[in-house]
Design a protein around this ligand. Structure first.
Ligand code: PRT
Ligand code: ZN
Length: 190
């Protein structure tokens, strides 16, 4: 039987639940964090441990057959992959937030503004759909700090409890995507 290659996040918010799912499927394996792949000893499955951002490309290219990532990453990377199923964990939303002190009456207020995000593709698509022209400033992390250091007027970032926005003096004004972990597959497999 051919071995199925499954890519999961090595370390982060998806890791624990992804491995729990594999365990609940009755798949057993030995692994330590220094290893980037391991073979199950009771199922024809090889596990690959990767950065979540790299998983869509590996799956699209067929290096991995299936993978578990956030839907937000799947959409942002724009790779051709099949959606197998929604996993029901790591739920969050991708939202636009502005300083609590700024007045906000609707998305058209963002015209001509600068928005910091790690999700330029999803954000640009949403702004285009809404007929808003804003400048997108891409940063890879700590997005919520951008308005307070004068880097941007607004942010577009993942929100779960909302406490990060709150502690950085921001308020959530638009939800542009609701996301959860998804299983993706190489085209033709799903
Ligand atoms: O190292 P690697 O590249 O693999 O991991 P990563 O750092 O890129 O991703 P990671 O582990 O932080 O998140 C993986 C996935 O978890 C995301 O792509 C989402 O699909 C999902 N997820 C669910 C979240 C959150 N909830 C979340 N709250 N990802 C990030 N956050 C961050 C958010 O960016 C913000 O900084 O948590 C902060 C907000 O949280 P609250 O609770 O204060 O609102
Ligand atoms: Zn990542």
């Amino acid at each position: 039987m051919e071995t199925l290659k499954l890519a999961v996040q090595k370390s982060g918010r998806l890791s624990e639940k992804s491995l729990q799912f594999i365990k609940e499927c009755g798949i057993s394996y030995a692994w330590n964090k220094a290893k980037l792949k391991t073979q199950s000893y009771n199922f024809p499955l090889e596990l690959l441990f990767l950065r979540d951002d790299d998983i869509p490309k590996y799956v699209a290219d067929g290096v991995a057959d299936i993978g578990i990532i956030g839907e937000n990453v799947m959409l942002e990377k724009g790779k051709t992959v099949g959606l197998v199923e929604k996993m029901g964990f790591s739920r969050c939303r991708l939202s636009i937030a502005v300083p609590q002190t700024s007045e906000y009456n609707g998305i058209s207020d963002l015209n001509g503004k600068k928005i910091a995000t790690s999700y330029p593709v999803i954000l640009q698509k949403h702004l285009d759909e809404q007929g808003v022209t804003a400048e997108i400033h891409e940063i890879s992390g700590s997005v919520e700090i951008a308005p307070s250091i004068g880097l941007a007027d607004a942010v577009c970032d993942l929100v779960s409890t909302g406490s990060t926005l709150l502690s950085n003096g921001l308020k959530e004004v638009e939800v542009i995507l609701r996301s959860e972990a998804v299983m993706i597959a190489t085209p033709g497999l799903s």
